[in-house]
Design a protein around this ligand. Sequence first.
Ligand code: HEC
Length: 124
Amino acid sequence: MISMKKLSILPQLAVTAALVFAGSVAQADEVKGNAAAGNGKVWLCIGCHSIPDYRADYPLVYKVPMIGGQNAAYIASALAAYKKGERKHPTMRSIAASLSDQDMADIGEYYAAQTASSPNNPLK
Ligand code: HEC
C-alpha cells in the first residue's frame, strides 16, 4: 500500500524536472554576447589584462592572463565562476560580482574578437 502511494508521485516529479530543465535551457539561449556592447564594459579590465595595443606600454602585466583572443564562452564562464566563488582570486571575484550575465557574455565576445593578428580590430 505504502509503495503504491510513493509511486504515484513519480510522474509529477518527472514533469517538474522536465520543466525546470526546459527553463534553464531557454534562459541560456537568451543571453547572447555582443562585442560592440562589450567594448563599453571593459574599461575596468584594461589596466590589468593586456590587449594587443597595450602590450608595448605595459610589459609587466604578464602575470595577468591574457584573455584577448580567448574563446567567448570560456571568458564568460570564468567570470561566472569568480562571481559564484568557484574561482577564488579576490580581485577578480570583486570585479565579477558587479557583472550581469549579459555583461559577461558581451565581454566574452569583445575579448574573443581581439587577436594579435588583428591589430586594427575596430572593436578595440
Ligand atoms: C587588478 C587587476 C585585474 C583587473 C582590473 C581585472 N582582472 Fe581579470 N584577472 C586578474 C588576475 C591576476 C587573474 C588571474 C586570477 C587567477 O589566478 O584566478 C585574472 C583572471 C581573469 C580571467 C580568467 C582567465 C583565465 O585564463 O582563466 C578572466 C576571464 C578575467 N580575468 C577577466 C577580466 C575582466 C573581464 C575584467 C574587467 C571586467 C578583469 N578581468 C579585470 C587581474 C585583473
